[in-house]
Design a protein around this ligand. Structure first.
Ligand code: BG6
Length: 491
């Protein structure tokens, strides 16, 4: 059981809090991971008009926690939650009250979770500092987007940094809280056999995919000024790439892991304009069909008057320019309104140099290590074995399953990350230098698109993106993993 702590969620009645944070905290309470004495203070500009219990019942009716909702636990959870109206002006009673409330328990960790737009990060941190709520026991958790480009990210980092030290600052990338991602680190750094194989000597290429079946659903105003490059590549995809490619850290502590990830970001190939046109595909979804239902285009979803140049799909072929990864392509892709929802890393090994089995007439597939982050956690090695009891078709591909299914995997990333922040553990959070380097790399591509007017490709909703995405692989004699095989029958 974890210790009790105080959690203030700024924007506590907003979308992130309702959809992810509160269901995760409730499930954490039921699973015995959140201490009953923990206090959860939700701030909002105007508070709520109902009782806390009514409000939570409504929230959990629409966003059911992983464990379901049950009357007794809901009562207990309600006692832990307080909803307060809080503005952004100094001198009001609201801040003095909040500060009074929190100072009575200043011996326990105090986590400020900023689930608010980045435009108010600075003001909120200043007020926290003015009211002395940034002491040694306090940490601030920042939810993305962390800026819009390098310059704005630097400004946020500097402003937050003037109120909270780096060791008190927890930048969330919820992909790092996913169980399979942590398992990837465990496997890589606790098994000599993976480390020995983990380089350009044996690996042919790496694919990282985050596919979503949803469109922009109600987030159009945010998304139109953002696009997939900023929304998904700058953070989630580059973080996954770092974890796959980083050197073994000396220790598994926050600083050591983050230093190694930073080195990967610094080694990413810096594209010239012509290279961007060759290696990066950007596209937007058009009308199409999802599971047999007709759906509109991105522009229709947003009810835009004119045309939009915002990408909902990005595919990139890139390289990490260091000794370990020289000439190994990393293929990244993410998109909305694709036929399926999944996130997956595929490590594809080189083909064997010579096959004594060639005469048996069976194609020998290269080994693959598959790390699936969602919808389910799944770790598997694909290998060729003898087709048991058969003389012909003598080889077949099987999947060696490395899954470890546990309770915490079902609780989702946010609970783990909030509890880590309360404990002051920064391993699964992003350092300011990482954020800034990722922006540098992404800005270079976006600036080229803007300056050269690179045309946006279009793809039908319910398809895997425009032809160029497929071609990015095929022209190298490779294929996206989902195009090569379905589930294997190991029987
Ligand atoms: C968010 C993006 O960071 O991640 C969303 O802003 C995206 O656009 C979401 O849908 C995907 O997260 P997950 O965990 O559902 O894959």
């Amino acid at each position: 059981m974890e210790h009790a702590f105080d959690l203030v969620i700024f924007g506590g009645t907003g979308d992130l809090s309702r959809r992810k944070l509160l269901p995760a905290l409730y499930a954490g309470l039921v699973a015995g991971r959140v201490h009953v004495d923990t206090r959860i203070i939700l701030t909002s500009r105007s508070g709520v008009k109902t009782t806390v219990e009514e409000w939570l019942t409504d929230v959990f009716g629409k966003n059911v926690p992983a464990c379901g909702v049950e009357a007794e636990s809901l009562k207990q959870f309600t006692k832990m939650v307080d909803i307060v109206a809080l503005g952004l002006t100094e001198g009001g009673d609201d801040w003095a009250d909040l500060s009074q409330k929190l100072k009575s328990t200043s011996d326990r960790p105090l986590v400020h979770f900023l689930a608010v737009p980045p435009a108010v990060f600075t003001r909120t941190c200043q007020l926290l500092s003015d009211y002395g709520l940034n002491g040694d026991n306090a940490r601030v958790v920042l939810e993305k987007p962390l800026g819009h480009d390098l310059e704005s990210a630097q400004a946020i980092n500097a402003d937050v940094g003037s109120c909270f030290e780096e060791k008190q600052t927890f930048r969330i990338d919820h992909y790092l809280g996913k169980e399979a991602v942590q398992n990837l680190l465990a496997l890589r750094f606790s098994n000599i056999m993976f480390e020995e194989l983990w380089s350009a000597r044996t690996i042919d290429h790496i694919q990282i995919t985050i596919a979503e079946d949803l469109g922009v659903e109600g987030r159009g105003a945010f998304y139109e000024g953002t696009g997939a490059m900023r929304d998904m590549v700058q953070n989630h995809l580059l973080q996954l790439l770092c974890l796959v490619a980083m050197e073994p850290p000396a220790r598994l502590d926050g600083d050591s892991i983050r230093e190694e990830k930073l080195k990967v970001l610094k080694s990413l190939k810096n594209f010239t304009g012509a290279e961007i046109d060759q290696n990066v595909v950007r596209a937007q979804y058009e009308a199409g069909a999802m599971a047999g239902e007709a759906v509109g285009s991105y522009e229709e979803d947003l009810e835009l008057e004119g045309d939009s140049e915002t990408e909902t799909f990005v595919a990139i072929k890139t390289f990490i320019e260091n000794w370990r990864w020289a000439n190994v392509p990393f293929y990244l892709r993410t998109g909305k309104r694709l036929p399926d929802r999944f996130a997956e890393i595929v490590i594809q090994f080189k083909p064997i140099p010579h096959s004594p089995h060639a005469g048996w007439g069976k194609h020998i597939n290269p080994n693959r290590f598959i790390i699936r982050l969602q919808p389910e956690d799944h770790l598997a090695l694909r290998m060729m074995v003898k087709n048991h009891g058969s003389a012909t078709e003598a080889l077949k591909e099987v999947e060696m399953n490395l899954d470890v299914v546990g309770e915490s995997g079902r609780l989702g990333p946010y609970l783990r990350l909030i509890l880590d922040a309360a404990r002051g553990d920064q391993r699964l959070f992003v350092h300011r230098d990482e954020v800034e380097h990722a922006w540098r790399w992404v800005d270079n591509i976006i600036e080229h698109w803007q300056q050269s007017g690179t045309p946006l490709k279009r793809y039908q909703s319910g398809t895997w993106g425009p032809y160029e995405v497929h071609d990015l692989m095929v022209r190298d004699g490779r294929q996206w993993f989902h195009e090569t095989s379905g589930r294997l029958n190991n029987g």
